[in-house]
Design a protein around this ligand. Structure first.
Ligand code: AMP
Length: 284
């Protein structure tokens, strides 16, 4: 596997690969890799001639400076893991290389970004769209791989790809979980042992909400989830939402839907975690 840090080098490499007819699969990440990332990389390696992973902790998508500063960075381990899953190139630029000039671009995603992550993390999706757009232009993938773990991000990237006619296919894979249900996340590395145990309550809350979907109106489900998490020490719920899985808009009457997304964001200690499950209503 070749590690590339320069924008000029990734451009040349990709151009040569494309000229020789190779298909390129791309997995953008912020590193501190875990099985959730590796699932995407394995899929890419299977479906494309060449797999490119990027590791870049993108400063413009962090609305909280401490979250950026404390984001886990484990480059040595990441490189070792990438070599085990058939990754051909790692693009790992520094921030100065990616943002040579200040970017003044502003994206607007309408109602997609007025809810949940967009509402609670001002500027977050503008930063996501900026970096994903840049990376798509640099890497020019045929297929790009994302995780359902960041459900709203997938919707935003889909809008970006359609809106700007990027010539690539978006692929979304399900959330990979620890055996106790906790969604794998790089931020889990910041949890101490006690918090790591406590963090499973986010998934338990989603399961509780799923069980209540056909029994209670949306408002009571939201209230019971808020009460449940209030009772857990060190957990501060930011939002729990029942949403349309495509538009991410809040659902008021579940009976009108075939599927809904149950989405949650909460702090466990200082660490902000998100999770979601998509529920088929004929299965509950
Ligand atoms: P990140 O490094 O957290 O920005 O994630 C990079 C990509 O991996 C994104 O498309 C995420 O949605 C995806 N991802 C992160 N965690 C998981 C997980 N537990 N299961 C599946 N995909 C994930």
């Amino acid at each position: 596997m070749e590690v590339i840090e320069q924008v000029g080098t990734i451009r040349q490499t990709v151009q040569a690969l494309r000229c020789s007819g190779k298909t390129i699969g791309f997995v953008p990440t912020m590193g501190a890799l875990h099985e959730g990332h590796l699932q995407l990389l394995r899929a890419s390696a299977q479906e494309n001639d060449i797999t490119i992973c990027s590791i870049f902790v993108n400063p413009t998508q962090f609305n909280n400076p401490d979250d950026y500063k404390l984001y886990p960075r484990t480059m040595e381990e990441d490189i070792a893991l990438l070599k085990t899953v058939g990754c051909n190139y790692l693009f790992a630029p520094n921030a100065g290389e990616v943002y040579r000039e200040q970017t003044l671009l502003q994206f607007s995603f309408g109602v997609l970004e007025t809810v949940m992550e967009g509402e609670h993390r001002p500027g977050h999706f503008n930063g996501v769209a900026t970096i994903v757009g840049k990376l798509f232009n640099l890497v020019q993938p045929h297929k790009a791989y994302f995780g359902q773990k960041d459900l709203q991000q997938v919707a935003i990237v889909r809008q970006l790809v359609n809106g700007l006619s990027f010539n690539l296919e978006l692929v979304c894979y399900p959330t990979v979980r620890e055996t106790d249900g906790l969604a794998m996340s790089s931020r889990n590395k910041r949890l101490n042992e006690e918090q790591r145990q406590i963090a499973t309550h986010l998934y338990k809350a989603l399961q509780q909400a799923k069980a209540e979907l056909k029994q209670k109106p949306v408002a009571s489900i939201k209230q019971s989830i808020a009460e449940y998490l209030q009772s857990i020490n060190q957990v501060a719920l930011e939002y729990f939402e029942i949403a349309d899985p495509d538009t991410l808009q809040p659902v008021e009457d579940v009976s009108k839907y075939k599927q809904v997304a149950l989405c949650i964001a909460a702090f466990v200690g200082e660490v902000r975690l998100i999770d979601n499950i998509i529920v088929n209503l004929n299965e509950v």
